[in-house]
Design a binder for this molecule. Structure first.
Ligand code: SIN
Length: 580
């Protein structure tokens, strides 16, 4: 059987002793906001390597059109930011994580301004604060109108690239985390990577920081870049990390719907500027659904569009921006995307459709970014701190990446002078499968369609159950294969994480936050049940367990070994030196 419960420990066979080896103090996997901010902190003490799957700036961070939320105005308060975050999170936010991130946010924003990030400013030079859905105060800071992510990514790449202790590896595909043994709770010792030119390489590290982003690509419709194939969550799961709250996927109501083109995000801020959603007959449908009309919470707008499509039978609804003055100046990036498809928002209606946008669940961490595996920290979208609860407040994710990235960096820097343990040799033995050859493109597109129709915006227990059965079957002849390139590893990762999302969603038998179930039974908030979480409990999955466990807090993480376990960086093995 190769189901998600019983997945292989490693995707490929190897003997580390026969491969080129690289040594560092801190290995950061991922080059978005959380990864780069971690790397900059870790480099205060010790040598750091950052691995990016493709180019350094192909990240969800760089694609962010929203801003960074933070309390910088005397008219606003941390308590209000905490309240807005908690309200959006539908009662499932971890209060300690929310407080920590809201409190530390302002300092992190000031810090990146000092590092050269050019936020949008008012005529008097003060920072221009905007408002987005769910925020009761103007506390969102943008750059370049709709290009906050691009500017944040540029600032952090510049800062990291100029640091003498940081090396940036691009096009470095991470296949798996290396653990001391295959036993649950075994310490992480680095990662097995693959480069199109150099092939397999082992990178040993005292501390590994997982910052590999989310899983948008497991859905047929997504606002995420092609690299978001859930690799980080899948490899952490294989290594024995606890994976929390995977049923919560945030769907964005408006991505550009042009068949054949990637689904480009059309920011909520466009509706904030007054854009209307129209059905095929040209009528606004949101005012009849919610008092905030087009500015209702994201899950409400996304569900309304799905229902509208079911009624009218079309492939998209329209976004009407024709009355918005100065669209090009306010949204230069979106304008240019529309222009590239021959659309002029001052004259044309824009075809839009919802899409998977943000993975709320992920690798469970405590407030110090520690996972249940010694030496493994996790930050950003790949992690689950409990900040977002069951639904993420707009513009809180870049904030989380900055704050938790700084905490992870400090944690790693503090570990860089530790007692010696040799990394030793790790061997992965896998039998070749005698199952049929696969059409990988077909598996990939089938699983993405299944996720969209069976585990998408509006779910039913029957459809989720069907998806779980399909993934168990597909897993038997896909997860036992040995692939030699990223195309195969990505499909294996997407299948494992798609199954985790469907399983977690099936276990939660009531609607909450982004998890919308048709015909759901009424939740019983207090009565704990062995197979289903209450609305106040998080779901946790771990490799080898066929059922989830439930917990009321993510922050109090019990590790099998709470102390860092250290590896010896041999004096002769300077970072970057390959040893055969
Ligand atoms: C948007 O601009 O609509 C997305 C912002 C976010 O996801 O935080």
């Amino acid at each position: 059987m190769n189901t998600i419960f019983d997945t292989r420990r490693y995707l490929i066979p190897f003997r580390t002793g026969l491969l080129p080896q690289i040594f560092c103090d801190t290995l950061v996997l991922g080059s978005g906001v959380a990864g780069l901010r971690s790397a900059i902190g870790a480099a205060k003490s010790g040598q750091v390597i950052v691995c990016a799957k493709e180019s350094l700036d192909l990240t969800n961070t760089a694609w962010a059109q929203g801003g960074i939320a933070g309390v910088l105005s005397p008219d606003d308060s941390i308590e209000d930011h905490i309240n807005d975050t908690t309200t959006a999170g539908a009662g499932l936010c971890d209060p300690q994580a929310v407080r920590l991130i809201c409190e530390q946010g302002p300092d992190r924003i000031k810090e990146i301004i000092d590092w050269g990030m050019a936020f949008d400013r008012n005529a008097d030079g003060s920072l221009r604060a905007g408002r987005e859905g769910g925020h009761n105060s103007s506390r969102i800071y943008h750059a370049g109108g709709d290009a906050t992510g691009v500017e944040l990514q540029r600032t952090l790449i510049d800062k990291a690239a100029s640091h003498e202790h940081i090396r940036l590896f691009d096009h470095c595909f991470v296949i798996d985390l290396l653990t001391h043994s295959n036993e649950p709770g075994s310490p992480v010792l680095g990662a097995m990577t693959w480069h199109p030119k150099y092939g397999l390489q082992v990178i040993w590290a005292r501390t590994t920081i997982l910052a590999m982003g989310g899983s948008g690509q497991v859905y047929r419709e997504t606002s995420n870049p092609r690299v978001a194939t859930a690799d980080g969550i899948a490899m952490a799961y294989r290594a024995g990390a606890q994976i929390a709250d995977m049923e919560f996927i945030q769907f964005h109501p408006t991505t550009l719907y042009i068949p054949g083109a990637a689904r480009a995000l059309i920011s909520e801020a466009v509706r904030g500027e007054g854009a209307y959603l129209l059905d095929h007959a040209g009528h606004r449908f949101m005012p009849a659904i919610h008092e905030l009309a087009e500015l209702a919470p994201r899950d409400v707008v996304a569900s309304a569009i799905v229902r509208q499509l079911a009624i009218q039978g079309g492939k998209h609804v329209w976004l009407d921006c024709r009355h918005i003055e100065g669209f090009k100046a306010r949204f230069p990036g979106i304008h240019s995307t529309l222009d590239s498809f021959g659309l002029d928002p001052s004259k044309d209606l824009v075809p839009v459709h919802p899409a998977a946008h943000y993975t709320i669940g992920g690798v469970r961490t405590d407030l110090g970014t520690r996972t249940n595996l010694p030496n493994l920290l996790a930050v950003g979208e790949v992690s689950c701190t409990g900040l977002h609860g069951a639904n993420r407040l707009a513009s809180n994710s870049l904030l989380e990446g900055l704050v938790m990235g700084a905490i992870a960096g400090d944690e790693a820097a503090n570990r860089s002078d530790t007692s010696p343990v040799s990394p030793g040799s790790i061997v992965s033995m896998i039998e070749h499968s005698n199952h049929a050859e696969l059409d990988l493109d077909d598996v990939r597109s089938s699983l993405r369609s299944t996720m969209w129709y069976n585990a998408g915006i509006e779910r039913t227990l029957t459809k989720l159950d069907d998806a779980c059965d399909m993934f168990d079957l597909w897993g038997r002849y896909t997860l036992d294969k040995i692939f030699e390139t990223p195309e195969g590893w990505e499909v294996q990762n997407m299948l494992a994480v798609g199954a985790l999302i469907a399983r977690a969603a099936l276990s939660r038998e009531h609607s909450i936050g982004t998890h919308t179930l048709a015909n759901a039974p009424e939740p019983s908030p207090m009565n704990e049940h062995p197979e289903h979480p209450t609305p106040r409990q998080h779901t946790i999955w771990t490799r080898g367990a066929s059922t989830p466990t439930f917990t009321r807090t993510l922050a109090q993480l019990e590790t099998t070994n709470p102390n860092p376990i250290t590896i010896h960086i041999e004096p002769s093995a300077k970072p970057g030196v390959s040893k055969n």
